[in-house]
Design a protein around this ligand. Sequence first.
Ligand SMILES: *[C@@H]1O[C@H](CO)[C@@H](O)[C@H](O)[C@H]1NC(C)=O
Ligand SMILES: *[C@@H]1O[C@H](CO)[C@@H](O)[C@H](O)[C@H]1NC(C)=O
Length: 323
Amino acid sequence: MPAQISALPAVVSSSHFGSPGKTMRFFIRLLFSSLVFISLLWCSHLLWKRLPQSQGDLTVLKEDLPVTFDTFLHTQQLRKKTLRSFCGQTAKITELPHNEQEASQVVSSIMVNNKLQLLHCKIPATGVEGWEQLLEMLEEKDVTLQMPVPAHQQFGTQKRLSQYNLTSVEALLKSYTKVMFIREPFHRLISAYMHGLADGLTFKEFIQYILYRGSSNASIEWKPLVSLCRPCLIHYDYIIMFGFLGSEVHHLMQRAGLLGNSQLPEFIDSKIRWTYGWLEEQMFSELSHVQKKQLCHFFRFDFAAFHFPNSLLWDPTCISEST
Ligand SMILES: *[C@@H]1O[C@H](CO)[C@@H](O)[C@H](O)[C@H]1NC(C)=O
Ligand SMILES: *[C@@H]1O[C@H](CO)[C@@H](O)[C@H](O)[C@H]1NC(C)=O
């Protein structure tokens, strides 16, 4: 499979011979079909496969864990610092509304795992699918926490934070470990497009549709993360970046004392990130200048809160511009 992927960029560049526009579009279609196929394969592998056991695979392992524990902690501190400065500057929801209904709306994306005492923000295609499977695996293995919850603090068994009453929501937010997954906005758009959410539209038309609907009517697949996960209200202990799930989740588990003797499955998001890396330039070039600016503005809070300096959409002026 990887050989097939790496062969494709060469095909694209050779399409400059002949009628460029049409040939290019044909190859981009071809790329999409291949990528959708590859994504489906990946999904069917539950987004990861088991860690290789044999000695011969050790090089693969090293590639997957390039980050040391110290670097991980440092990265977490930097991400939280960026986030704090964003929350300090912008008028955002920083407190739970007193009205039960409003409060449950605000925490509607947050999932609860009472056994492992974890909360996470559930946004599709940010790595959360692999995370949830990992939690299931840990639950099956009957991992016991070092400090079990005192009996009087049993909150219930609901899976969504919005299903708890206000008192419990506050207590859960205070005492559980909170995890959020982030992904570069343009990659989220590509993922949404490739997973068939565009219904026959070209990528450019899809983007036009998103911009027309605006952020308040946005679907969860492309709504800005800041509006979904409320990182100024919920003080996440860990902010995990798509593309680095393997090492970051490993260190998180270690830090949270959840790893025990169990081996972590391998995440394949770094390969997806790599594939998207060259795909995104093709898709980006389909958009008009105005669309690019509007998209940056659409995601301006995510850019300010999480810094995606390598994003093609990123343009410092779109944060400062008002409207
Ligand atoms: C909230 O839920 C908890 C746990 O189910 C319960 O003990 C408590 O009485 C509830 N509080 C209110 C104000 O309803
Ligand atoms: C957004 O949603 C509101 C309420 O559902 C609706 O009235 C409005 O027309 C929608 N706007 C667009 C551009 O779809």
